[in-house]
Design a protein around this ligand. Sequence first.
Ligand code: FAD
Length: 709
Amino acid sequence: MARVLYWFRTDLRLHDSPALLAALNLKPAALFPVWCWDPNYIYKHRVGLNRFRFLLESMQDVSDGITKINPLSQLLVVRGDPSDLLPELFKRWSITHCVFEQDVNGYARERDKKVQDAAKKAGVEVVIEPGHHLWDVEEILKKHGGKPTMSMKALEGAVKGLGDPARPVDAPTKLPSPLLKGKSEPSERKALLSELRKTLEGLPEYSKKPGPPKVDLNSAELGGQRKPDGKVTCYDTLTGPDQDAKDGDKDNFTVPTLASLGMDPAACGAAPEASVPGGETEALRRLEKICKDAAYVATFAKPKTSPSSDTLEPSTTLLSPFLKFGCLSIRKLWWDTQDVIDNYKGSKTSPPENLHGQLLFREMYAVAELAVGDPFQGIRGNKVSRYMDWYLPTHYDKEGNKIEPRPRGDDVSESRLEAFRAGQTGFPWIDALIRQLRLTGWVHHLGRHSLASFLTRGQCWISWERGSEVFEEWLLDWDPNANPGNWMWLSCSAFFAQYFRVYGIATFPAKYDKSGGHVRKYCPELANFPDKFIYAPHTAPMEVQKKAGCIIGKDYPFPILDEKEEKARCLNRCKAAYDIGFYGTSKEVLEGKAEGILRKKHGEPDPKPPKRDPGTNSKIPDWAKAGHEAKSTTGSSAPPKKEEEDEREIEPHETDDHGDEAEQEEKGADGDEETGKEQKNGGTWKSSSKRKASKSEREGETASKSRKK
Ligand SMILES: Cc1cc2nc3c(=O)[nH]c(=O)nc-3n(C[C@H](O)[C@H](O)[C@H](O)COP(=O)(O)OP(=O)(O)OC[C@H]3O[C@@H](n4cnc5c(N)ncnc54)[C@H](O)[C@@H]3O)c2cc1C
């Protein structure tokens, strides 16, 4: 008689769950659907308010779904470290099998290994089923010879022999309950849960254990209602407070509340219209709605979608948070859209730019992460990430352990990073995006491109590790594969090499929306600027600023840097880094010598960026004076004048995206993937429009050629 503990993690759904099916195939006499509320997630990870909200809603939704199928059951939320707590549950509930979905990426690797070892000791059989990806990522990695998949082509080659992803299956119609003697009436669920709780008596509660120390991850959100010892109230009892309890009634395995996590639930309401609700129900509703628009699905072309939107509906699917927490099965998304595409009569798009292409990118990053392991999250020890002499890199002690919190770096870069996080860079497009991210937890892919390019190789020359952390905290869909992977792509550290293609801070958004609706929405202080100045308000004459009710330098900051100047500097640094060709595993990097070597090469030996005013509200930086003093100049961030058109062309056009891979594949030279040098030959890129090769592009070509030599 199997007594199965089903461990829910990032598979918060009942439909198409191979692991849940495997659990049911054991014909269990009792099924315990457990969620282990892991303190590491609260204390050691960067998780902002909105992602917690989304997670809690998703947990509640799956719990409600379970109760709908079996009124005697629900999600059993226990609070503590899974590697401590699950072995106790195995004993006390006489568990015979522990079943869960495979998670081979990031933090899960170590955690699951510990649980597997404990289960083995306890004589509990562990069943693990892949389900978070289209195929089994371990299988893909094997097919790819254990090497990271660094391009769509590599991924497609590796999955060739694996056949189509499996067709999805429906949610079960029956689920056994965590049965205790004599309980069969729905009304008896409370009594059943109380009895279950009693079986756990005597177990140490997390809040009474030493627990992991609170790590200062510079989180902006956590801390509000923490107790003085740094703990949060959701760990006061093992099985949580009964949210419906009047009085006397005790703990009932309930889903924690935001308040019990030390967070202010009201803050989530700041953008109710844009805060995507979590859960399987919402995921399936969204997918159904998307699939009703056959033309949208069949002709989806990622590079043609717009990062700028002043309406509530984004131009892409906004399914990523649901995929992240497993509220939506990836195979269901694949096949539901495939069926729509098959029935569509008109011409259709194909990978990498179509919807399936996007899902393949997700797969590509997962396999690459698995191949590289933990170093994928940063640069040191990461064999696929190029080393560049970024400012504010991660610090390590002598033994190579990461130092957290990171010691402060130079003042200018620190203040630029602060301005970036605060949405106060003085560049409306950047500020609108970061404010949107913070408020809603989601930003369009090309908006993420703009942010990442700005912070790293485009302008600020700050390590992609710092940007990756900002996203880790605020994204609803944060993923240990896609996030660092995309940051490497955008900083030209891996996957993508055309470093001379830099996003224009004003010109890029203007291609999508000349009147700046996105800026007006998220930077309301700029709402009354005329279209002409919306992406560069510091260039507006004083009388225009006065009329708009917003004085630059007083009501909105001056730009924190000179776009053109910094871009030139960054290109020079990129070129040096590409010429030298250090990676995260290079001897010089591991010995701490790489930074000095690179600085010498590109001629900026000073470890700090040149001193300049970081763009405070009180001082007018030189490059912004013109606008402030109402002289007629466009400034460097203004839409380009006619004669600047040529340069504008080298800024990313609509194909500088994850839909661009095909073009790279055709023209690029595949290199040695083992050392991460599979990067494409940046210099061979050609714009679809007619133009002369610009200086920086020629530089890119030279860099590429000398690397090849
Ligand atoms: C700097 C940066 C950081 C990013 N961090 C994350 C992250 O932490 N988590 C995350 O899921 N995506 C991340 N992305 C990828 C991408 O931006 C999001 O997946 C996408 O914007 C989500 O919106 P959507 O669901 O509407 O996507 P759609 O365009 O509708 O695509 C459908 C699905 O395909 C997958 N997908 C699409 N593009 C990518 C991509 N480039 N890489 C991996 N998967 C992709 C997602 O699961 C997405 O939900 C990042 C991109 C950048 C540039």
